[in-house]
Write a protein that binds this ligand. Sequence first.
Ligand code: HMG
Ligand code: MG
Length: 298
Amino acid sequence: SFPDQVTIVEMGPRDGLQNERGVLSVETRISLIDRLAACGLSRVESGAFVSPKWVPQMAGSAEVLAGIRKPKGVRFPVLVPNLKGLEQALEAGAEEIAVFGAASESFSQRNINCSVAESMDRFAGVLTAARSHGLRVRGYVSCVLGCPYDGEVAPEAVAEMAGALYDLGCYEISLGDTIGVGTPLRAAKMVDVVAKRVPVEALAAHFHDTYGQALANLYAVMQQGVSIIDSSVAGLGGCPYARGAAGNVATEDVLYLLQGLGIQTGVDLEALAQTGHWICQALGRQNQSRVGLAMADV
Ligand code: HMG
Ligand code: MG
């Protein structure tokens, strides 16, 4: 059976924009986040305190956090790879951060320039410091259904990484199909194995839509109890260290699916679709949401 309620974690301003060719102004990024929050989204990932040499699109995340409206009840998490990032996030007034590791060795090296074991040491330090400041910390595991360099990834490796992050104190583990290669049976099997290590209520699905399977994969894992979904307005996004990977599944498409299933989200699909068109115009790119495109024709 399906969950009664699903929480959407909006990825557009972070995962979405980090892979766009154009670098948006701080003002436009602020405007995007304000609009997304106004659509009824309760969690909007808003930036990343990573090296601007590695990901120039996320430079200025402190200014972005300083400029957004922050309505009550809405959370604006940011990515933090190490203690230096944490320091900047704290200074910028972040209340929630996310650390990000991978279930595959090669991806860890390319993405954060260290091994999986080294990353766990770093995250341990970040978690201890973050929690002493009262921050909520989310954990990401990348490459849960395949790695662009190592190929297949065993569900057991995903469970191990997810479990280690959960043990460190991450309140939720987001399972990233970074390159969007998964299919429903494999996604379900992976969640099955991971849920033996981390409670399913603490698992989020973060599926990129490279092969067009993300909605089908979500349909599968929701039936196993996953009720937190990461998605990106207009399907923006990708990953700079996963060449050819498409954006996250589009938030509009997820909302339409959930509406059809009678699942509550509290998000206004109409307003979100408009935001999708607006940001695509600002970026000069095609809208990747089928629902967004269909609604624009009406
Ligand atoms: P490094 O080069 O190994 O770090 O990078 P370092 O400690 O040796 O420092 C080198 C330089 O970077 C120094 O500056 C540091 O000060 C600076 P320099 O002396 O050369 O001028 N530095 C920093 N600057 C700003 N913020 C920081 C920071 N740390 C060091 N936090 C590092 C290591 C992790 C920093 C780098 O590899 C990095 O920034 N990686 C980020 C990669 C990234 O953002 N990837 C995309 C997000 S993950 C993702 O999209 C996947 C996800 O969506 C889930 C999924 O889909 O699977 C979450
Ligand atoms: Mg991602």
